[in-house]
Structures are given as C-alpha cells and as structure tokens.
Write a protein that binds this ligand. Sequence first.
Ligand SMILES: [Zn+2]
Length: 188
Amino acid sequence: MKTALLLVDVQNDFCPGGNLATARGDEVASKIAELISTPDSRTRDYVATVATQDWHIDPGAHFSEKPDFVDSWPVHCVADTYGAEIRGPVRRDLIDQFFKKGEYSAAYSGFEGKNADGALLGDWLREQGVTHLDVCGIATDYCVRATVLDALKEGFEVRVLRGMCSPVDDKGGADALQAMMDAGAEIV
Ligand SMILES: [Zn+2]
C-alpha cells in the first residue's frame, strides 16, 4: 500500500480576500502547511504530496459577470496570476507535483489535471504505485467532491481529511461529505 497526499485547489482566490473566497480557506491552508512540514505518525508514510490548481485561460461560461454560483462563477484562478498561486503558508517546495486543470473549460475534478509533462493525475499516481489517497482542500462541495468521486471511480482507496477541507457553504459541505462517504470514501 502506497499513500499520496492530494491537495485540491489550495489557491489564493479560494481564500479570504480572493475572488471566490471560502470562509475557512486560511484555516485549512494553515493546517495543511503544518501537516506537510511536520509529518506525524499518521502522515509520514506519504510517498508523494501532489496539488491540483484551477488554472483558467478562457474557460467560457465557467466565468460570468452575473454568476449563479452553481455553474458560473466570478473570474478566479486566472493562469499565472496571484489568485491562482498556492496559498501560503503552504510551501510549494514541499509539493512534488502540480496538476493544472480548466484552461479552456470548467474542470472541477483534479483528475482532469495534467502536470508539466502533460501526464494526467491518475496516470501519474499509478506510475508511482499509489493505491491510497488522503484528500483535502477547497472547496469541499465542488472540487474536493468531484476529485474524490473520480478517485474512487479510478480505483483508489480514499480518505477525506475533513478538518482540512473548506466548503463554499456549510450545508453544501455537509452534503458533499455524505455523498463522498456513500461513494466509498472514508471521512476522517
Ligand atoms: Zn474554476
């Protein structure tokens, strides 16, 4: 069994002050920063730490001046801008691979993401022999949820680190945790 830590969209725009902020974004970023810089008995066996990034160039109807906050959103995570960068104090140098998604269309699941070599997240993880994923990040009710459901479909065993996930809203976050659990994820 090989476990990787998967950080979903821990980006400036999804944290307080960002264009699409979630209330607990900074709390989650701080906890994740501590987790990856001081691994404990539960987490020191990770074979890799990987991060997904929403990375928009021209994502069509994903952006709107009148967003419905379901299928359309304010402009966020534009490629190569501050808003798309990994949120501090999470240290980029402690992340082994970055998988970017959503250049020209909406992409909620990290499994749509590709690394600098063009490898898809799922293929890269399998190449490393990863069988288990611990998943956390932003937002619980959108990209974390979609990423976890795809991870399960691709055959990974998944634990969701719920204290390190930030939702768009609390009800949506609770529903997402239930949906991930129903699909086979362990919520810890
Ligand atoms: Zn987006």
